[in-house]
Design a protein around this ligand. Structure first.
Ligand SMILES: *Cc1c(COP(=O)(O)O)cnc(C)c1O
Length: 351
């Protein structure tokens, strides 16, 4: 047996645009006015790679990072500089305590029970207020149950349920949050996610918490001009073939050729997050030439029409159209599902 390590290059790769990530963070920081933008990097930075995103944004001047749980905090905290804050959004369970008290990250306390649990440590924390989303957080009416003055609270925050829509719920949440701020002392205040930043100055407070828009998501018109695509899935062709009029493609024969034409079979499928919503609607491209998806997406394979690029052949690379708003319309998936679903068969490279 040879002890040489033989590389097996992945047939799917995710090109990550480092300039676009930085440009998006600076744009969101500017749009946040006097507030400073942090970065939600939970779920492996929405699938792009938490350590890479963390290091790039930290170097750009981002100071506040949000992960979902302590395992995610652990993954990045050794790269944190002294002035960098990491907040754990899902709070602190009893089983998190042994690690949490050794960590430089702070929990976002979501309930009175968690507050009591953490108070004994004397360590810093954030506090989540439930302003109407009824997911995580302490109700305004419960705030009198704790003596907050004994606690070391950095950010008092709440989370908007419908910032991507123009609905009365936004103002109602703003008002509830303002009520809470009268009752708890914190060093800083934070309400807005990506879409919330575009709701204007009243929603900015001291720091904002964009996630999706850092990675190219655009859920309000104000973001469309400024936010750039960051993640570009690319895939190799495994095989090409020529269909005859009447030939059918893929599981359950969901495409039937109405003329003779060539197709290519790609090394990507729903196991790579390219879900079945793209069946017969997704678009790939080679340079500017569009290559529409034909038939149903398989687990590891996709068929595309290469009528307009008939010279494509085995091992050629082509790109998926993964502009998030557009891909969301094509597939019926949310922009969040599209970006977080990309999976770990891609080799990820920053360029
Ligand atoms: C995920 C999350 C964010 C980021 O939201 P986006 O819509 O992705 O910008 C901000 N705050 C909290 C509490 C979150 O859970």
């Amino acid at each position: 047996m040879s002890d040489k390590v033989i590389d097996i290059p992945s047939p799917t790769r995710l090109r990550l645009d480092a300039g676009a990530l930085l440009s998006n963070w600076h744009a969101l920081d500017n749009m946040s006015g006097a507030a400073s933008a942090g970065a939600a990097i939970k779920a492996n930075a929405y699938g792009l790679g938490a350590v890479e995103v963390f290091q790039r944004l930290q170097s750009a001047g981002c100071r506040d990072f949000y992960v979902a749980n302590w395992r995610e905090a652990k993954e990045i905290e050794s790269c944190a500089e002294a002035h960098t804050n990491i907040s754990v959004l899902n709070g602190v369970r009893p089983e998190d305590m042994p690690f949490a008290i050794t960590s430089s990250a702070k929990p976002v306390l979501n309930s009175v029970e968690q507050a009591v649990r953490w108070r004994e440590t004397g360590r810093p924390c954030d506090l989540m207020i439930n302003s109407g989303m009824n997911r995580l957080g302490i109700n305004v009416s419960e705030l009198h149950q704790c003596d907050w003055s004994e606690m070391n609270i950095d950010i008092v925050m709440s989370h908007l349920a419908s910032a991507d829509e123009d609905v009365p719920q936004n103002e109602a949440q703003l008002e509830q949050f303002a009520n809470a701020l009268q009752l708890v002392p914190g060093k800083r205040r934070s309400l807005s996610n990506s879409a919330g930043i575009a709701l204007g100055q009243d929603y900015h407070f001291d720091c904002t918490r964009p996630g999706l828009s850092l990675y190219g998501g655009k859920q309000r018109p104000a973001l469309v001009e400024t936010i750039q695509q960051v993640a570009f899935p690319e895939v190799q062709i495994l095989q090409t073939r020529n269909l005859q009029h009447g030939d059918q493609v893929g599981y359950n024969a969901k495409y039937t050729a109405e003329r003779d034409h060539p197709i290519a079979i790609l090394a990507m499928g729903y196991a790579d997050g390219y879900l079945r919503g793209f069946s017969n609607t997704g678009i790939f491209s080679k340079d500017q030439t569009k290559l529409p998806v034909l038939g149903r997406i398989s687990m590891d394979l996709v068929a595309v029409d290469i009528s307009d690029a008939p010279d494509l052949k085995e091992s050629d690379w082509i790109s998926a159209d993964y502009d998030l708003p557009r891909a969301s319309l094509q597939s019926g998936l949310s922009q969040y599902e599209l970006i977080t679903g990309l999976g770990n068969r891609y080799s990820r490279y920053w360029a």
